[in-house]
Write a protein that binds this ligand. Structure first.
Ligand code: B12
Ligand code: SF4
Length: 451
């Protein structure tokens, strides 16, 4: 049986300008779910291929030999996912399965475009669904308990380019911030054993990957285990040129951990600073203090770990001055990159339920739910001002002098990348002003002139 997995990308993310920008931002990498599920199906005798639309435009009209088409969804790409699903079902007469983050929160919606929908982590059911043993239209999967028993992602199935291998050493997170989707999709929090992780890393080393990303939602949640993995990476010589990971400010309370992270080349981390307003941190249930954030800034630079500072714009207790203060803080601690994210009420999260109840949702056009657009009514700022703040935050952070400083601190490649950001972020505010005047149904016009 031939099975094809597709990870879709919204129209905007497939245009050449955006793809170029994406390459400036980081290394090409992939959602691991399809590569894991594909591996399970390959082991059961299927012929499997996986495609990632962020980096290529596969010609679906030539895929007439597929028996089943499996489509991954997250909220911002779901419009495109449904477009592909409709094409395969209606034009190519293929059987279509839909799964992933968005389908898990909105299974009935997804079922309008698929023969079956799988809710949740699909490892335990994918084979039975593909071979027709489970016939339910909506299949509720139980999450795998022992992550060591799951096959590793099989990169030989991937037919589109990639530069970094993604590794999930754990799933979920013991915290529960109110805007977070992953701590709800991947529940309960589960961990792989360090030896199992090392076994996977050895495969990527042998395959010649220079970059690996630890895509765990919170790699340092269990510090003892994280240290064990790092020690084993060093001892077994499975250290890569640079490994990215998602951390949390509390990791800076453990200097032994920071030292091991640095020695194992986990030297680029995304940290959820979110806001420098304690009321906002408490509102999102972040369980982190301003002191934690400041300490983290200092300690990461001591251990030469580059911080991608992630901040959330539009929290109920934040005004424009809070956003400005947070951006300035990220500049002051010499963060390597800034990731401004507009608060996005993803289906399935408490913040989605809150805004629904309060009648504050502005649109449910899911393609705008990519953390760069305002899709709800903020409490303290107008929607148009918040949208503008998003572009301004990026512009203020990526100054020319900051780029020069980055050349000195982090070297040529990092400096060039920062210069790229400086260039691109000059266009954000003019782009907003220009498109918010064009009444062609676009979101920015509606943000400025009303819905
Ligand atoms: C790696 C990653 C990326 C990579 C690669 C993504 C890609 N190629 O599209 C990069 C960095 C490029 C990226 C980009 C983006 N990402 Co991203 N990303 C991730 C991350 C960290 C890991 C994914 C992963 O491997 N998960 C682990 C595996 C085990 O889970 P899985 O892939 O979901 O698969 C399981 C199930 O979903 C299901 N399943 C999966 N596929 C299928 C298919 C079928 C048919 C079935 C039945 C089941 C099924 O079974 C699998 C096994 O259990 C997730 C967070 C997370 N924990 O998932 C965010 C995440 C998916 N990203 C997110 C976002 C918002 C984005 C961006 C919009 C960010 C931005 N502002 O640019 C873009 C959008 C890209 C796009 N495609 O349009 C959000 C999505 C939220 C939502 N509810 O929609 C997440 C959840 C992170 C978050 N902030 O909460 N991302
Ligand atoms: S700490 Fe990060 S991964 Fe954990 S619940 Fe909060 S936002 Fe989600």
């Amino acid at each position: 049986m031939k099975v094809i997995f597709i990870s879709p990308a919204a129209d905007i993310r497939r245009n050449p300008f955006y793809r170029f920008g994406g390459n400036v931002y980081g290394h090409k990498n992939n959602i691991t779910g399809p590569l894991i599920l594909g591996h399970i199906l390959k082991n059961s005798g299927c012929d499997v291929e996986c495609y990632e639309e962020l980096y290529a435009d596969p010609d679906y009209s030539k895929m007439s030999d597929a028996d089943v088409v499996c489509i991954y969804t997250m909220t911002c790409n779901v419009k495109r996912a449904y477009e592909i699903a409709d094409f395969f079902r209606n034009e190519m007469k293929k059987r279509v399965l839909i799964g992933g983050m968005h389908a898990t929160s909105m299974p009935e919606e997804a079922l309008c475009h698929a023969d079956q929908v799988i809710v949740g982590e699909a490892e335990n059911v994918i084979e039975d669904v593909i071979y027709g043993k489970i016939k339910d239209k909506i299949v509720y999967a139980t999450p795998p308990q022992n992550l060591d028993e799951i096959p590793f992602p099989d990169y030989t199935l991937l037919k589109t380019p990639t530069k970094a291998a993604n590794v999930m050493t754990s799933r979920g997170c013991p915290f529960a911030c109110n805007f977070c989707t992953t701590s709800r999709m991947f529940h309960p929090y589960r961990k792989r054993t360090p030896d199992n992780v090392i076994e996977e890393l050895k495969i990527y080393k042998k395959a010649g990957f220079k970059y690996v990303n630890f895509e765990d939602d919170n790699f340092t949640a269990d510090k003892k285990r994280a240290k064990e993995i790092l020690r084993k990476m060093i001892d077994n010589d499975v250290v890569f040129k640079e490994t990215f990971f998602f951390g949390r400010t509390d990791m800076a309370n453990d200097e032994e951990l920071l030292d091991l992270l640095s020695r194992a080349h986990l030297r680029r981390t995304l940290i959820g600073i979110e806001s420098l307003n304690q009321d906002s941190l408490d509102y999102v249930n972040k369980k982190q203090s301003i002191e934690d954030i400041k300490r983290c800034g200092e300690k990461l630079s001591k251990y030469k770990i580059k911080m991608i500072a992630s901040i959330v714009l539009g929290l109920d207790y934040d005004g424009i001055e809070d956003i400005d203060k947070t951006v300035q803080f990220c500049k002051d601690i010499n963060a390597y990159q800034l990731q401004p994210a507009v608060l996005t009420p993803y289906p399935g999260t408490p913040v989605f339920e809150q805004f629904e109840k309060e009648g504050r949702m502005l649109t449910k056009e899911w393609e705008y739910y990519d953390m760069t657009n305002v899709v709800f009514k903020p409490a303290k700022i107008s929607p148009a001002d918040l949208q503008c703040e998003f572009f301004k935050a990026a512009k203020n952070f990526y100054s020319f002098s900051g780029a020069m400083k980055t050349f000195k601190t982090f070297g040529f490649d990092a400096g060039m990348r920062r210069l790229g950001f400086w260039f691109f972020t000059r266009f954000g505010v003019p782009y907003f002003n220009h498109s918010s005047e064009k009444n062609n149904g676009n979101l920015f016009y509606r943000l400025k002139h009303g819905f």
